[in-house]
Design a protein around this ligand. Structure first.
Ligand SMILES: Cc1cc2nc3c(=O)[nH]c(=O)nc-3n(C[C@H](O)[C@H](O)[C@H](O)COP(=O)(O)OP(=O)(O)OC[C@H]3O[C@@H](n4cnc5c(N)ncnc54)[C@H](O)[C@@H]3O)c2cc1C
Length: 386
């Protein structure tokens, strides 16, 4: 195996980095994960992720973790209700959808991000993840890299793999191509004990996802397994909106005031989300890598997941792409087919760039029409059985 006796550093312990590490460890590789979070409980993990056949679920299967996933996914959480700004229901598949199951290409089981992370973390060898290791820079040393972290520590690796997400600090060692702003920003809020705090909205959710469409502006939400609800106000605005709007994101009533002005025709039923938000709001301007990006492969450095190809979440592909990247990269690095590591990385990067470009184009198109004046009608037409 090409990576026999090589020390591999994966930077970032999200879906991309943890999937790759598990797959490489199954092949006997020597891997460490350097993760910025101070420990495994450091952050509230956001909205649930839906996993797709041919990408996320295939990676879980290859990682021998599908049975574990089946114990923890949330049956029914993939059901949808579509409403307008006044919370009138235009579509629901809660009663009508036929029950698909694992192996069916249309089945998209949902799992909480935190639970997915836990499944992977528990599958790794002890001491694999070095927490509180925020990568800041690296320099070439011998045949590999000396990595430096914010806490003052350093580590050597023969091969570095960047899985440090959309704002990757390693990406610039590979290419100058930067992501562009898509014109859409999401404002994320979280409500604890949602059944108690926002019962009317939970009734509409019916344990699934709720998508509300107004005039070019949306509210999207879903429950997590712990009974908390994550919601996103999604709208077109300037790239700098998040830092120039003057809002105190920790003041939920101030943010409610913004919502009432920005979403004027929306029913007061939605105000409860803002009144009951328990943690500070998080603005998320959405970025996308140019779909036609490419670069020259290196012999000891590559990247995957959002670091390689961040895209808007409008097709639910980001984590799925990240996990199938991990599957393809692990297969290339462990294959007997390549003469050297650079050729293995080049083969992985070619197929990753092609696949991610297709997903990015669909995500951009979806993001565009989902913020159009007739988004509600288009969404209902799309979901209605023909
Ligand atoms: C609102 C929203 C909804 C989404 N819904 C879906 C969905 O339903 N389905 C789907 O497939 N995708 C979805 N996505 C996309 C998905 O979240 C991402 O594509 C996915 O998380 C990418 O995984 P990753 O491991 O590449 O990056 P990340 O999940 O961002 O993980 C990166 C990791 O690296 C760590 N890190 C960052 N910087 C450093 C550093 N300097 N040093 C060390 N560690 C570092 C971070 O702490 C983190 O743990 C959604 C995204 C958003 C914003």
């Amino acid at each position: 195996m090409l990576i026999q006796d090589k020390q591999i550093a994966v930077v970032g312990g999200g879906p991309a980095g943890l999937t790759l590490t598990r797959l490489l460890q199954l092949q006997g590789a020597n891997v460490k994960v350097y993760e910025r979070d101070i420990d495994k409980n450091a952050r509230v993990q956001g909205a649930p992720l839906d996993m797709h056949e041919g990408s996320g679920l295939s990676a879980l299967r290859a990682a021998h973790l599908l049975e574990e996933f089946k114990k923890h996914f949330r049956p029914g959480a993939d059901r949808k209700t579509i409403v307008n700004a006044r919370a009138e229901v235009f579509y629901s598949d809660h009663e009508t959808a036929t029950r698909a199951d694992f192996g069916n290409e249309h089945f998209r089981p949902e799992i909480d991000r935190g639970q997915l992370r836990k499944i992977f973390l528990e599958s790794l060898q002890p001491e694999t993840v070095i927490w509180d290791s925020q990568f800041v820079s690296m320099q070439a040393q011998n045949e590999g890299w000396l990595l430096h972290f914010k806490n003052g520590s350093s580590a050597y690796a023969d091969i570095v793999i960047a899985a440090d997400g959309a704002r990757s600090k390693i990406r610039s060692y590979i290419t100058d191509v930067k992501p562009f702003y898509t014109g859409i920003t999401m404002l994320e809020g979280n409500v604890q004990y949602a059944e108690k705090a926002v019962p009317e909205i939970c009734k509409l959710l019916n344990s699934g996802a709720l998508l509300a469409f107004g005039k070019g502006r949306n509210l999207l939400m879903g429950l997590k397994g712990d009974g908390n609800l994550t919601f996103y106000a999604s709208f077109k605005t300037d790239e700098s909106w998040a830092v120039t709007n003057g809002l105190d994101y920790a003041d939920n009533l101030e943010v409610l005031g913004w919502f009432r002005k920005a979403y004027p025709e929306w029913s007061s039923i939605w105000f409860k989300l803002f009144e009951n938000a328990m943690t500070a709001f998080i603005p998320r301007p959405l970025y996308c890598m140019p779909p036609d990006q490419s670069w020259k492969a290196q012999s000891n450095l590559t990247m995957l997941g959002d670091a390689a190809h961040v895209m808007p979440p409008s097709a639910g592909e980001g984590a799925n792409m990240a996990m199938v990247d991990a599957l393809e990269l692990s297969q290339c690095l462990c294959s007997a087919h390549f003469l050297d590591i650079q050729s293995a990385i080049a083969a992985y990067e070619r197929q990753m760039q092609e696949r991610a470009a297709e997903a990015a184009k669909i995500s951009l198109q979806n993001g565009e029409w989902m913020h159009s004046e007739d988004a509600l009608e288009r969404m209902v037409r799309l979901l209605q059985p023909s």
